[in-house]
Each structure stands twice: as C-alpha cells, then as structure tokens.
Design a protein around this ligand. Sequence first.
Ligand code: 3K0
Ligand code: ZN
Length: 418
Amino acid sequence: MRMTRRTLSVTAGALLLLATAAPAGAQAPTDTAGERGVYEITATGDDRHALARSGVDVLGSSGETITVVANPAQARQLEAADVDLTHVGDFDELLAERNPEVSDPRAAADEFPEGDEAFHTYDQLTEVLETAAADHSDIVELSDVGETHEGRTIPLVKISGGSDADKPEALFTCNQHAREHLTTEMCLHIVERFTDGYGTDETVTEFVDSREIWVIPTVNPDGATYDISGGQYQGWRKNRQHQGTDLNRNWGYEWGCCGGSSGSPTSDTYRGTEAFSAPETTAVKNFVDSRVVDGEQQIKTHIDFHTYGELVLWPFGHTTDETTEDMTEEQAQRFQQVGTEMAETNGYTPQQSSDLYITDGDINGWMWGEHNILSFTFEMYPGSGGGLDGFYPGAEHIEPETQRNDEAVDIALREAGA
Ligand code: 3K0
Ligand code: ZN
C-alpha cells in the first residue's frame, strides 16, 4: 500500500461516517504482513472515540494527534470517509528498522533483541519469582491464577508478613498487552521492592505487615513471548488464541457495549467471542472472585500497568459520563482525588479513561463495576510521540521508569486500608 505523505485534518462527521458505515467487523482479513501502515490523524473529543470504534490499532496520542496502525482496508475506508491521514511509514518496515539483524533467528527465539536483554523473558521472569519466593519464604507465596491459551501458567505473587489478622488487599497486574514489556518490569520491581526492602525500608515493612500485596507480573505471557519471537519485536498486542483477543476488551462489564472494541478477529481491539472468552481474563477473574470472603471483596485497590502515554486513568471507559448507576458522584470524586494524587507523584496526566478514547470490556470497568475495587490503569513511559518505538523504549528506562511509580503504588496500598 503506497500513499502520498500529506498533512490534513479530520472532521467529526467523517469519523462518524466511518464508524457507522464501516465497522471493523465487516472488514476482510487483509492486514497481512508488509501492508499495514502507520498513520497520524488529528482528532479530538468524539472524533477519537469514533476512530477507536473503527478497529484501527491506536498506538498513542499526543495532544490532538493520534498515531494508528491501519490495514489497507481500514486505510481505504478512512479515505473513503474523507478522513485525512499522514502516512508516517510502513508498520513492518518501521519494525524492521528498529530491530537488529539476527543471524540465526532460531538461536534468538524467545530472547529480547540485542541491547534489551535486561527485559525478562517469561522463563527468566519465572526464575526470578522462584528465587524471590525461596529467598523470602517468610513473606512470599508464589502460585498461579491459571493457564494461558498456549498452556503457560500465569504467575501470582502474594507478599504479606507479620500477623495473620485480616488485612486489606491490593492487586497489581501487568502485561495484558503483549508488546508492553516495560509493565512486566514494573510488576517485577514491585515484587523486588517489597521483598528486598522488608525489614530495612520502613515504608515497605509497614505495608508488607499491614496488607496483602498481590502481583500478577504477566497476564499475557503467550503474547509477550510471541512479541519477541525470533529475537525481533513483532508489534503484537493481543493474546495468541486464534487471531488474538485484546484482553483489555474481554472483561465482562459492559462487554462490547459502546463501540469501544471491535467484533472483527483481525482487529487489534478484538473483544473475543464473548466476555471472558480468553483463558487469561478468565483466570484473573476467577482469582479476583475468589477474594470475596464472607461476602466481602478483600481486594480494595488495583493498578493495571500499560504503556504508553504517561497517564493515570480511572473508570469508566465505556461512557464519557462521570457518574452512572454504578458510579456515584462521591465515588467518582474519590477516583479523581486518588488518581490526581497519584499523578502528582509520577508526573503523569490524570483523567477518566474515556477522555482518551472509548473502551468497553476493559479491566478497570469490571474491577469497579463488579467488585467495587478502586481500579486504575497507568500508561507508563514514554509520554508521547514514540509511534511503535514507544513500546520498545530501551532497557535503560527500566529502572527510572519503574521507580517513578513507587509513591503511586504506596498510595494504592494506603487507599486499600482507607
Ligand atoms: O482504560 C483504558 O483507557 C485503557 C487504555 C489502553 C487500552 O486498552 O486501549 N491503552 S493501550 O492499549 O495503549 N495500553
Ligand atoms: Zn496496553
């Protein structure tokens, strides 16, 4: 697909036409390798909701500019609907440019590309978690929430010390989206901080003794492993069930309700055949459901880490309304207050999820709508402008960008007991 490079803008009418006349579900599966284009579109407010509804893969946004990946059919439909695109490159060429040459792809299978070895593969992650559990057996329990489509176990770490008294619980989840590898490092950092720091760091010790801290470092290890297959980044977002389901559109609260996901299996925001059709979301759901003890959900707060955009997001994503039948004004204010306080510590931008674009079947909606868990999504580094590179920021960013969220994590732990 070749398009001329132009800088144009988009109208709300054009995007609405696109969204209604050309639903992603009606598209032929033409997003074959080598043909997907990366485009920039200028859009605000309702325009960007409609764009998300079209099923294109939104990579990131900066101000009014949204960067998307569109397959040829989607690009044609955008053009037919008078949407103006700036073609910034071919998806696979851009990926190839940022990937190093691999002399023997088989040798590099399931390893991060050269220079990025500090990121943990699934096997390396498993090993580090096993070591942490062995070295800190007084406070760490390592188990799993279930299996992925390809049969990998989804690890679950529980960190808790001191007495056996009932303690408020907090949950941290990472790597729902395959290519967002920095988030796995974020959860690993949480595990390391609350284990290595126990007994020496006062804040850490207090939280470990007074809370149950649950961490799921990779919700989507199949996708993450595929994303680095052959020692090259694949730009993969979804799980590996059939053509892939976007796990963050597969949760059972307002699933598929509001144009915030796609019904087309080829789309990067494919919501799956039904709510919880993905084994990965089902596994996490079953774990969270199991924390209801004597009718009370023990988990009080939750952060789901993503990249990128440097945002603190709170529910709901399926509506731009701040209050709904499941979100009172007081509750919305608490989300806003806590989210804003968190954002003051890490410099992210705090906002309701739907301010970014409409999402439905997302994790925050389910955590709050089903369990009244104060649930946030953090979009980590970088802030903007990275295109595909935003997902692959380089290993030198692991330490500063995970530490950057220490205080916000502490706020989530504090609020669990509030
Ligand atoms: O709640 C949300 O708005 C989630 C935003 C998230 C998503 O699932 O679309 N953004 S991401 O895919 O770029 N990490
Ligand atoms: Zn994500």
